[in-house]
Design a protein around this ligand. Structure first.
Ligand code: NI
Length: 169
């Protein structure tokens, strides 16, 4: 099932999500639906609050569905190590049409659980490291807007207010 993606302004996007405690068939279904919704929206990552669920759960695939091994489920993820720095343009499915330059660590090691509850650790660099940071931010109620300069952030918020007034957001 493809979920509609929540857009900036919906409260669930700006609240810390609750830990995943039940690793059952329902969770596996949510993960499958999240992958489907992410691919439909052509994203490389999707966090549960973006489909309206306040759970510490995200999916990532930086291969955009080309490599089955790149499919990652992150339940209750945490960054246990980060190193270096990268600055790149970043976007978010909850802020369609907007991008901004965000500094992230170049290398990130994450500890998370998969859809069955099994714990794993993964070291990443570049785009995957960026995706880990971006999605874990979502689970803490943080959007990439918060990493932009105040000037750029206010500009985007102003444009969104206008879009909302005209019914386009
Ligand atoms: Ni996002």
């Amino acid at each position: 099932m493809i979920y509609p993606i929540t857009k900036y302004g919906v409260p669930v996007l700006e609240k810390p999500a609750a830990p995943v405690t039940k690793f059952d068939a329902e969770l596996e279904k949510i993960c499958a639906d999240m992958f489907e919704s992410m691919y439909a929206a052509q994203g490389v990552g999707l966090a549960a609050p973006q489909i309206g669920l306040a759970m510490r759960l995200a999916v990532i695939d930086v291969s955009l569905g080309k490599n089955p091994e790149a499919k990652l489920v992150l339940a209750n993820p945490e960054i246990i190590h980060s190193e270096g720095e990268q600055r790149e343009e970043e976007g978010c499915l909850s802020l369609p049409g907007f991008r901004g330059s965000v500094i992230r660590p170049l290398y990130v090691t994450v500890r998370a659980q998969d859809a069955t509850g099994k714990s794993y650790e993964m070291r990443s660099e570049g785009l995957l490291a960026r995706a880990f940071c971006h999605e874990i931010d979502h689970l803490n109620g943080v959007l990439f807007l918060q990493h932009l300069s105040m000037l750029k952030r206010d500009l985007i918020k102003r444009k969104i207010r206008k879009l909302r007034k005209s019914g386009d957001w």
